[in-house]
Design a protein around this ligand. Structure first.
Ligand SMILES: [Fe+2]
Ligand SMILES: [Fe+2]
Length: 246
């Protein structure tokens, strides 16, 4: 039996507002899984300090330096999983940095980029700008296609007409659709690893109901077909490779 290439898919973490238990569980599961490839689906960092929205005093106190220290610490931990291939896809939250510079410091636009503040090149990550996607094998990975809610993965599948894996929605769901020729596509939204309590700009009651702690794994055949599985975190536990991790 030939070993399939393994991909660990890391959804929205919103660091420094990640859920530490959920994030650490993903890392623990990742160590067991031994990924060949890691794909960060965007909103890895929250970039609250770059947000153009009105803030509470406690939010305004969050400094860019502090956020980047926390995001880089977590990225160090993801690096330690030792994957050979790593892809960092920007989300709309990473795009807050470029948007802030466009508004207030255009001369720094090419200097203070996501690859630079997260040292992506020296860490060995390839980088996908917000709004763009990357196709690996038969699957298109992107932060979002503009769709939200419990069916956003299906609507994103309609956009690509191919297999698609998205973050952004914080919902976890997976579905398969075929075409008349019998080819089947997977559409998946991978949940999130953030903390509803830590993120103060949203009404917790509205989102607790529908946002799901989860991440994804994929097994790729040499022909590019990737068998994606959702790994939901239920009561602080998840199952990876048939083993309960807590
Ligand atoms: Fe997000
Ligand atoms: Fe997002």
């Amino acid at each position: 039996v030939k070993r399939l290439e393994r991909t660990l898919i890391v959804p929205d973490c919103h660091i420094p507002f990640e859920d530490p238990e959920a994030f650490d569980l993903m890392l623990k599961a990742g160590k067991r899984f031994k990924p060949d490839r890691i794909i960060v689906l965007g909103d890895f960092g929250d970039f609250l300090s770059c947000s153009g929205f009105d803030k509470k005093p406690s939010e305004a106190a969050v400094q860019f330096d502090f956020e980047m220290m926390k995001v880089n610490e977590r990225l160090d931990e993801v690096d330690a999983l030792g994957a050979k291939h790593k892809v960092f896809i920007e989300g709309n939250h990473e795009a807050r940095l470029a948007n802030l510079l466009k508004r207030q410091a255009l001369s720094l636009y090419d200097t203070l980029t996501i690859p630079k503040v997260l040292r992506l090149k020296e860490r060995g990550w390839s980088h996908v700008k917000y709004g763009d996607h990357i196709k690996i094998g038969r699957v298109n990975y992107t932060h979002d296609t503009g769709a939200l809610g419990p069916y956003a993965h299906i609507r994103s599948g309609e956009v690509f007409q191919e297999s698609v894996c998205i973050g952004h929605t914080h919902h976890a769901a997976l579905s398969y659709t075929g075409n008349a020729k019998g080819k089947s596509h997977v559409a998946v939204q991978c949940g999130w690893l953030g903390s509803v309590k830590a993120i103060q700009y949203l009404e917790p009651a509205k989102v607790t109901r529908s946002w799901q702690h989860a991440f994804g794994v994929g097994y790729s055949e040499p022909n590019g077909t990737t068998h994606i599985q959702l790994v939901p975190i239920i009561d602080g536990k998840c199952v990876i490779e048939g083993v309960l991790v807590s």
